[in-house]
Design a binder for this molecule. Sequence first.
Ligand code: SF4
Ligand code: SF4
Length: 205
Amino acid sequence: MSEIKMFEDRNVGEGYYKIDIDSYPTTPWEKFKRVVKRSLKGELFVGLWVVLREMIKFNIHTVQYPLEKMPIGPRYRAVHQMKRLWESGTERCIGCGLCEKICISNCIRMETRYDENQRKEVSEYSINLGRCIFCGYCAEVCPELAITHGGEYENCSEQREHFILYDDMLTPIDMVLNKQQKEFEGFGAVTPNEDARLKKTPLAY
Ligand code: SF4
Ligand code: SF4
């Protein structure tokens, strides 16, 4: 056997079979027949039947947003909320600046000053939500549970400035008076058994 014959006549094993390759259609009618033969397979009608069956049953699986909305988890991190103290209704933020320092997008800006009683108060506070990546670090680091994330994820405006308004994030005072302020259950929140997990400082050294 010549060398070239050996390669042409390879023994490729039993699992292989040769494909019958039709000769290429030349006339329009032959081309049309080939298209029809290749297109209309049984699977096509199975798929059509499944679609028709679901249509007849009106078995709708899609959510009709915005009329319907999927419930979101309590740890969902959407637009921030600034909380008030339950007792007095004053803002919880003490101006420690931790949230500003930890923010990896550098989008929190705040200014503090001393009031007439020489107590520190927050004079300016803003979060540029156009830069915020909603990582949750600010809520996690806040020692006062003053800044948290809410569930409001639908944001649209014609002005970027509308996304930094502190007053929009602050709980309205009447919500606190009516006990409607919701505590945060996500990043940095107090866990339900926090008191039990607290370690007492040993007093006898
Ligand atoms: S969620 Fe993250 S990026 Fe947004 S303000 Fe807080 S720390 Fe900054
Ligand atoms: S970490 Fe909390 S208390 Fe401190 S400045 Fe930020 S929001 Fe205010």
